[in-house]
Ligand binder design. Structure first.
Ligand code: HEC
Ligand code: HEC
Length: 274
């Protein structure tokens, strides 16, 4: 009986992975992966809701310092197989973190994205928001085999940063043209976005400690994720537009501004000042 259920879960998981891939990741398909029964299923759904509405949800809003949501970058709530995919991510954890110089859990990794990409404050380990989001992301690895990452805190479906050395140097002026032609309709001439589209620079955007503030990482993400439903830039165009976006001002990251007070911090052992 138990075996049967487990087998069904694996099959359902491969269905989302494969069908999303064959549809060229264009649309968020309703996941056939069943929610777990009982309270666990409720917490998975709660985590999913927080990922979709991070800047508004009452449990996450106090820890968010911009108008982004996890799904702004982890497209389709992390079900996109490439652009910030959460599919199978949980198998990589616990993982070695070169930045923190220690082994971190998936929960730690989730909380770190609040400090940088969400320009907010790290929620306490074990808080309701931390547990719900981590539970949701773990659920998206149902049936996949554990393969802890000894090198860096990244899952098997993360998009490796583009190797800038293999291309012409990033050109902000060329990037501006790509932006105006392919991005500005949604993200606005001033990068501020609107109700449907998130800001790409300015005080409501990710801070300069976030992964996307690096041109090589932003370029590799744009290459597979933008424009939405039509990600067809060349690597060079992605590099240039990434350099243009990151040539604008955004909040500056100082670790001390993003940690909760020591009594609510748990065991954040990161040594590095940035
Ligand atoms: C501004 C974009 C952005 C936002 C918003 C964002 N992230 Fe991330 N996140 C990233 C990028 C980029 C990476 C990969 C970083 C790298 O390559 O070093 C990442 C990595 C991660 C990882 C590790 C993925 C892996 O493959 O192991 C997790 C987990 C994660 N984010 C969770 C979250 C959660 C939860 C939220 C919302 C609270 C969030 N992120 C918000 C951009 C973002
Ligand atoms: C059709 C509208 C549309 C177009 C065109 C578009 N985007 Fe986006 N972009 C979005 C939406 C919507 C999101 C958030 C995804 C979500 O919430 O599902 C997003 C997210 C982003 C993000 C991550 C979140 C943030 O705001 O920092 C970046 C960076 C980004 N887009 C860059 C680009 C670039 C570069 C281009 C042009 C090559 C582009 N986009 C074209 C709609 C668009």
């Amino acid at each position: 009986m138990r075996r049967g259920k487990f087998g069904a879960a694996i099959t359902a998981f491969s269905v989302i992975a494969v069908s999303a891939l064959s549809a060229n990741m264009a649309c968020a398909e309703e996941s056939p992966l069943p929610y777990p029964a009982g309270k666990l299923g409720e917490v998975v759904r709660l985590g999913e809701e927080i990922v979709m509405r991070t800047d508004e949800h009452p449990l996450s809003k106090p820890f968010v310092g911009n108008t982004l949501r996890c799904t702004s970058c982890h497209l389709e709530g992390g079900k996109h197989p490439q652009a910030g995919s959460f599919l199978q991510t949980a198998v990589a954890y616990p993982a070695w973190s070169p930045r923190e110089k220690r082994v971190i859990t998936l929960e730690d990794r989730v909380l770190n994205c609040f400090m940088r990409s969400q320009n907010g404050v790290r929620p306490p380990n074990g808080s309701e928001v931390a547990v719900a989001v981590t539970t949701y992301i773990t659920w998206l690895s149902t049936g996949a085999a554990i393969k802890m990452n000894a090198e860096k805190p990244l899952g098997p479906n993360h998009v490796p940063a583009i190797d800038l050395a293999k291309h012409q140097p990033a050109d902000v002026e060329r990037g501006k043209i790509v932006y105006q032609q392919r991005c500005a309709d949604c993200h606005g001439e001033e990068g501020a976005g609107d109700l449907d589209n998130p800001p790409v620079w300015g005080d409501q955007s990710y801070n300069d400690g976030a992964g996307l503030s690096r041109v090589d990482k932003l370029a590799s993400w744009v290459k597979v994720g933008m424009p939405v439903d039509d990600a067809d830039l060349t690597e060079q165009e992605a590099i240039d537009v990434a350099a243009f976006i990151n040539s604008h001002a955004r909040p500056h990251f100082e670790l001390k501004d993003h940690l909760p007070p020591p009594e609510r911090r748990g065991e954040y052992n990161g040594e590095s000042p940035n």
